[in-house]
Design a protein around this ligand. Structure first.
Ligand SMILES: Nc1c(NC[C@H](O)[C@H](O)[C@H](O)CO)[nH]c(=O)[nH]c1=O
Ligand SMILES: CC(=O)[C@@H](O)COP(=O)(O)O
Length: 158
């Protein structure tokens, strides 16, 4: 059986991070985690661009602009949506996940979903560098793997 998978080699990668400011106490930690993963896997700091948007709802349109620039090997989307007292949470989560998923399907550029969606602030803190790890780090690793995998899949049939 021929296994096709991506390595974690990132030395020549150009990466865009699109991160929302809402709940920045959490999102800032996700950005730190993503930057840590990228730098420790060899990405040049000058090849990382950070775009800040107001809230998670604004991530998909900003990510689309970064994809369409053609300047990046991957686009990492980071945010923190924490349930409040109304159904607003459900609509924001639904549209952000749908928007990022749709974008990832309409482009060959890997677009990664690093938006934590939690019932409360404690769950968000756990996923921003404490007992449940850092979802920003995890998402950046997935970006590196997908860029490598994309390169491998382009060799198929050649
Ligand atoms: N409640 C949260 C929001 N709400 C704001 C929206 O994302 C959007 O910016 C606004 O509706 C204007 O279009 N955003 C988050 O990222 N996290 C939340 O918990
Ligand atoms: C995820 C949200 O939009 C939420 O934080 C908004 O809070 P609320 O539902 O209390 O207005």
């Amino acid at each position: 059986m021929k296994l096709i998978q991506g390595n974690l080699i990132a030395t020549d990668m150009k990466v865009a991070i699109v991160a929302s400011r809402f709940n920045d106490f959490i999102v800032g930690k996700l950005i730190d985690g993503a930057e840590d993963a990228l730098l420790r896997h060899g990405v040049d700091p000058d090849n990382i661009s950070l775009v800040r948007v107001p809230g998670a709802f604004e991530i998909p349109p900003a990510a689309k602009l970064m994809v369409n620039s053609g300047a990046y090997d991957a686009v990492i989307c980071l945010g923190a949506v924490i349930r409040g007292a109304t159904t607003h949470y459900d609509y924001v989560c639904s549209e952000v996940s749908k928007g990022i998923a749709h974008l990832s399907m309409e482009t060959d550029t890997p677009v990664l979903f690093g938006v934590v969606t939690t019932e409360n602030i404690e769950q968000a803190i756990e996923r921003a560098g404490t007992k449940a790890g850092n979802k920003g780090y995890d998402t950046a690793l997935a970006a590196i793997e997908m860029v490598n995998l994309s390169g491998e899949m382009k060799k198929i049939g050649k």
